[in-house]
Design a protein around this ligand. Structure first.
Ligand SMILES: Nc1ncnc2c1ncn2[C@@H]1O[C@H](COP(=O)(O)OP(=O)(O)OP(=O)(O)O)[C@@H](O)[C@H]1O
Length: 589
């Protein structure tokens, strides 16, 4: 048989290769008798003049680089599809072994091998797109198959219009070029999109299922492909879990603003490898140890329920810990993704920032039923719960004025650290009493870094973001309405916390029209402006009226609350300003 004309040619048994993996799409016979054809997957094959492909049983040259009979797109996608295929075949399965499997595979799932992407059931395609969109990997997909720039633009345009970029990618790659679900599967494998592989596994040959990793995705599974040097898009964080679900939150007024879930790789201007490094330096804990620590997740050890999972207390290595169990296997894909993204944010930031007033993250576990994050146990619960504890069925004494001041002071120090510790300020984005946790000595620690993100380069600068995130009632107007992000967002939220803590009232946005009495900000402003007597009226009635220096301290806290919640960002103090104002007061309890 005449050998192919190209040096870079792989030869495999024609029958095994095609029957197992591909159905021929087109054949182009050249005048010299050589044939070129491509699989629907875009792999280009080269055939010598005889025998004809239809009846060939011998060896044929297969050249992923033999492209000039195909469009450049097909050529390029051929390269990636071919290398993905080669990668699948490597090691465990040679071409000859594949040959042995050919008939079995063909008879069992021939249908699966050839299903075109455009024929995927609507619901499966929809779910897949939701998943891929949440990862924001359309550019990686487009790059991997080398779409034309105008096609990339077309996808971007659809995205800008609020449409699914992944769907548009599939319209182009799957629609115009007739690619199969199997080639999509190979593409996902190449990009290490293992969950996406799982989502379409029912539409590819069972023999390919072995390429899906059995375990839950690991940190490295979710990272960008090694050859990707794409910088992370500086998109917004995803919505606060507290806004997605308030299952254990007795506040009826909390709501979050968000428009869509951004990319796994878009949580701040940090390359995904940074996240991976953060996770790698963190302790990886065996799931069985956590099971033991919590008496097999005994209900008595359950501390509460957050938006994306339950929190248990446990004793692990003689250490009191709180374990957040992620509902990774929830059928809701969106929620899974948000949850994973939140975990990554926590890994990324909590693992790199050490401060007395920032919650300590000890480690994580991903080798069990569900991913877990392991934190320092905060025996005093959240400030949110503590502020209401005197009203609960098993009441605790109300927090004293000094305790309240000390908690706010510690929280201010934590926020100040976030804003100033690194070259670029870190904005927490969800400062509220539910995210301020207290240890047994009532020392506060800021938790829930799910929405944290890097802000503008300097502490005073403002940056325009695409989407708003956080808990609406704690967000300042310039962020809510004009998407202007700055450290002033945290300052404003902290101001609301101060007002809540010292008035004992909850901020609310569910007010009857024209009823300003319950609007915390309005109520405080009005009273503050009237007289000293009205100012005293503002203080929480559950406690005896403070006297002397303690009274000054309480009034100072309310005054700072009002300054921090100034409508204009530039009128708000920095966290340093807040701390300086608090300095004269001795914390002593
Ligand atoms: N490190 C911890 N120590 C003690 N209790 C904790 C700890 N972390 C969380 N909790 C408690 O577990 C419960 C759930 O916490 P989680 O952070 O999951 O949710 P949340 O912040 O209340 O809500 P969301 O996640 O929706 O913002 C809360 O009641 C919280 O007080």
């Amino acid at each position: 048989m005449k050998r192919p004309l190209f040096s870079n040619v792989l030869t495999v048994p024609y029958t095994s290769y095609f029957r197992t993996f591909f159905t021929l799409k087109s054949v182009t016979r050249r005048s010299d008798g050589h044939s070129w054809f491509s699989s629907p997957d875009g792999v280009c094959f080269y055939s010598t003049p005889a025998p004809a492909p239809e009846c060939a049983t011998g060896y044929h040259g297969i050249s992923p680089f033999a492209s000039f009979e195909c469009s450049p797109l097909l050529h390029e996608s051929a390269k990636s599809s071919y290398s993905a295929h080669k990668c699948m075949m490597s090691g465990s399965e040679t071409a000859e072994a594949a040959h042995g499997n050919a008939n079995r595979t063909r008879s069992r799932s021939h249908q699966d091998d050839t299903l075109l992407i455009r024929l995927l059931p609507v619901s499966a395609r929809h779910q897949l797109c939701v998943h891929l969109d949440s990862l924001d990997v359309w550019q990686q997909l487009a790059t991997a198959v080398k779409l034309y720039p105008e096609q990339v633009e077309q996808i971007r345009h659809q995205k800008d219009r609020g449409r699914s970029p992944s769907n548009e990618f599939m319209n182009i790659w799957g629609g115009q070029y007739n690619h199969t679900v199997q080639s999509l599967f190979a593409l996902f494998k190449k990009l290490k999109l293992h969950h996406a592989m799982r989502m379409i596994k029912d539409y590819v040959s069972e023999d390919l299922h072995k390429y899906i990793p059995r375990s839950l995705p690991t940190i490295s599974d979710l990272r960008a492909p090694p050859d990707s040097n794409s910088k992370i898009d500086n998109g917004p964080p995803f919505p606060s879990s507290s806004g997605v679900s308030n299952s254990n939150n007795n506040r009826t007024t909390t709501s979050t603003m968000s428009e869509e879930i951004p990319s796994l790789e878009s949580l701040g201007n940090i390359h995904i490898s940074t996240v991976q490094r953060a996770a790698e330096s963190l302790l990886k804990i065996d799931y069985l140890e956590l099971e033991r620590a919590t008496d097999s997740w005994c209900p008595e050890n359950r501390l509460g329920q957050g938006g994306f999972g339950e929190v248990y207390k446990g004793e692990w290595k003689q250490l009191d810990v709180a374990i957040k169990v992620m509902n990774y296997r929830s059928p809701n894909i969106d929620k899974n993704q948000v949850e994973l993204q939140q975990s990554y944010n926590e890994l990324k930031y909590l693992n790199t920032i050490r401060h007395d007033n920032i919650l300590a993250l000890y480690g994580y576990s991903i080798n069990g039923d569900k991913p877990c994050l392991v934190y320092q146990l905060m025996k005093g619960g959240s400030l949110e719960n503590r502020l209401r504890a005197h009203k609960s069925q098993q009441p605790l004494p109300a927090l004293t004025w000094m305790q309240r001041f000390s908690i706010c002071h510690g929280t201010a120090k934590g926020i100040y650290f976030l804003h100033t510790a690194r070259n670029t300020p870190l904005i927490h984005g969800d400062i509220k009493p539910a995210n301020i946790l207290l240890d047994q000595c009532l020392q506060p620690k800021i938790g829930d870094f799910g929405l944290a993100r890097e802000g503008p380069k300097s502490i005073n600068a403002v940056m325009q973001v695409k989407k708003v995130f956080g808990t609406r009632i704690y967000l300042p107007p310039e962020f809510r309405n004009s998407k202007q992000l700055s450290t002033g967002v945290d300052v404003y939220s902290f101001g609301i916390v101060l007002l809540e803590v010292f008035t004992g009232r909850q901020v609310t946005d569910r007010l009857p029209k024209n009823d300003h009495h319950q609007d915390l900000l309005h109520y405080v402003k009005q009273n503050w402006a009237q007289s000293q007597q009205h100012r005293l009226e503002l203080l929480d009635k559950h406690l005896p009226m403070p006297l002397g220096e303690e009274l000054d301290m309480c009034l100072c806290a309310i005054e700072m609350g009002l300054q921090c919640t100034a409508l204009e960002t530039q009128d708000r103090p920095s966290m340093n300003g807040v701390l300086n104002r608090f300095k004269p007061f001795r914390i002593d309890f």
